[in-house]
Design a protein around this ligand. Structure first.
Ligand code: FAD
Length: 495
């Protein structure tokens, strides 16, 4: 039987590098496998990943983090979902919540009953039948109830946090578990006769060798692309946005427990409320608008004056052809990029870490490990890609060349099939895998006015039950505390 590998070198100390370091430190502590991270302060990090999805709670819990301590350290707020403004049509607004819509009525799925009610003019907007949506709109928050019979158990939540502070928090955890941090700029990568990476060389001449290399070097993909030439599957024909402006401003009014994504002329803008400020940015397609106009649009819709100079970031939607090659695994921006419309990048980092731990290599380097890792990660990236494309494909906007392009573009077969089944009969049973399950797809379809032609023939007698649901949601929300009153804060922030 092959023995353990002896050492891991993580290249890069952004959110990805420190998430990997904290997870490996936790998992490998006591095994004798040495974990080292090298990063370059001069190069810095992207540092803009601020909104997350609920799965991050499982990551934090597995590492034993205390929620209140983590939230105070990262100026975090709770997140119940994302509000989408102007996506279906200008003036529309809906929230994609982390939770269910309604409950089945008479054994018929709620969305079929809702469409029947809508046809008879008796339905409220679909997202009104969701407790987390009502909580978000009322700026209320409480942890979900444990009793599965309670309405208050029908939602999840995530966090909005300062990504640089999260990396700092993770670093402390990783170092406490024995991870060694080195400062330095990698200038060269050496490979052995098998093509495995054997060492990296730093600008001061130090040579760092290891058995396993984790490439967390960001967009450049220093090892996976620079040395190993993985290649890149580019998805810009479906996701033409390729740049972003980012700028913080002060919070104005109550701190909302949700992220906002507002569709603009040739892209969209995010607003992410943290405890101490709001993060803002505008993701745009440089083929459809110029940079200055995009910046003006972002500045024109801030809630308050900018707190810093706007920063520009450039990217290409897609993923590396192979994220694990030989003894090198890419995680984070080094592995691929999908625009942050559904806050998925940090989750893709988490998935990469989980798969790496599941398939952790032994000294014989079974090629099946890499093949399976790549198959699973390809699937996850493609699922997220399709869900993000849906937001564009499901628009009715025809007011700019950008919206005309995305409304009429051809779609990946995987998404086209899903949308055809939905339009025909409201089918969502094929949505039970991956990170976005049925309620997420329902939120976008019905929030953006894509209503199926046919529904379950049994639907139609749900008016009284649906009205009772709305009353139950309203009375539950009324009893909840405000979001701000339950935020765990640092002592200075609370003073
Ligand atoms: P980086 O932050 O780029 O870190 C790379 C690291 O590698 C740095 O430490 C750098 O110093 C080091 N490095 C690079 N080259 C060398 C070298 N030669 N030698 C030594 N070290 C080196 N994600 C979300 O989940 N939610 C969001 O809301 C979200 N919003 C985003 C908005 C925008 C506009 C963008 C671009 C991304 C967003 N993301 C979001 C993605 C998120 O920012 C990243 O997934 C996350 O920050 C991880 O980045 P990273 O660690 O892979 O790369």
């Amino acid at each position: 039987m092959a023995g353990n590998i002896a050492s891991v070198l993580i290249v890069g100390g952004g959110t990805a590098g420190w998430m990997v370091a904290a997870a490996l430190g936790h998992k490998l502590s006591g095994t004798g496998i040495a974990v080292t991270l090298v990063e370059s302060e001069a190069i810095g990090t992207v540092g803009v990943g601020e909104a997350t999805v609920p799965h991050i709670r499982a990551f934090n819990q597995a590492l034993g983090f205390d929620e209140a301590a983590f939230m105070a350290a990262t100026n975090a707020t709770f997140k119940l979902g994302i509000e989408f403004r102007n996506w279906g049509r200008i003036g529309d607004s809906y929230i994609h919540p982390f939770g269910a819509f309604g409950q089945p009525i008479g054994g018929v799925d709620f969305h079929h009953q809702w469409i029947a009610l809508r046809r008879s003019g008796r339905a409220e907007p679909f997202d009104h039948y969701s407790l987390p949506v009502a909580m978000a709109r009322a700026n209320r928050f409480a942890h979900p109830a444990a009793d599965p019979a309670s309405l208050a158990s029908t939602y999840g939540y995530a966090y909005q946090f300062d990504a640089s502070l999260y990396a700092r928090f993770l670093r402390a955890q990783a170092e406490a578990k024995g991870v060694t941090r080195l400062e330095g700029r990698v200038v060269d990568v050496t490979q052995d006769e098998r093509g495995h990476v054997s060492a990296v060389t730093l600008d001061d001449g130090r040579r760092l060798s290891a058995d396993l290399f984790v490439d967390c070097s960001g967009f450049r993909g220093l090892l996976i692309e620079g040395a190993l030439a993985s290649g890149y599957d580019e998805w810009t024909h479906w996701l033409p946005c390729d740049r972003a402006w980012a700028v913080p401003c002060a919070n104005v009014g109550p701190i909302g427990p949700y992220t906002r994504a507002t569709a603009l002329h040739a892209g969209w803008a995010w607003r992410i409320p943290l405890q101490h400020r709001a993060g803002n940015g505008h993701v745009f397609a440089s083929g459809f608008t110029d940079e200055q106009a995009a910046l003006d649009r972002l500045l024109g819709q801030l809630d308050a004056a900018p707190l810093a100079e706007p920063r520009q970031l450039r990217f290409t939607a897609g993923k590396r052809r192979r994220q694990w090659i030989g003894n090198t695994v890419a995680i984070g921006l080094a592995a691929g990029f999908l625009e942050p419309l559904e806050s998925t990048s940090i989750h893709l980092i988490q998935l990469g870490i989980e798969r790496l731990l599941d398939l952790f290599p032994t000294a014989d380097w079974d090629p099946l490990d890499a093949a399976e890792f790549n198959r699973l990660m390809d699937l996850e990236y493609e699922r997220v890609r399709d869900f993000i494309i849906l937001h564009y494909a499901a628009t009715q906007r025809d007011d700019t060349p950008f919206w005309n392009h995305v409304r009429t573009m051809s779609l990946p077969d995987s998404l086209a099939t899903k949308m055809a089944l939905w339009r025909a009969r409201g089918v969502v049973v094929n949505y039970r895998q991956g990170m976005f399950l049925e309620p997420s797809w329902l939120a976008v379809y019905l929030g953006q006015n894509i209503v199926p032609d046919g529904i379950d023939p049994r639907a139609g007698a749900g008016a009284a039950d649906a009205a009772a649901m709305l009353r139950n949601i309203a009375s539950t929300v009324e009893r909840l505390p405000t979001h701000e009153s339950v935020l765990p804060r640092t002592l200075e922030a609370a003073a």
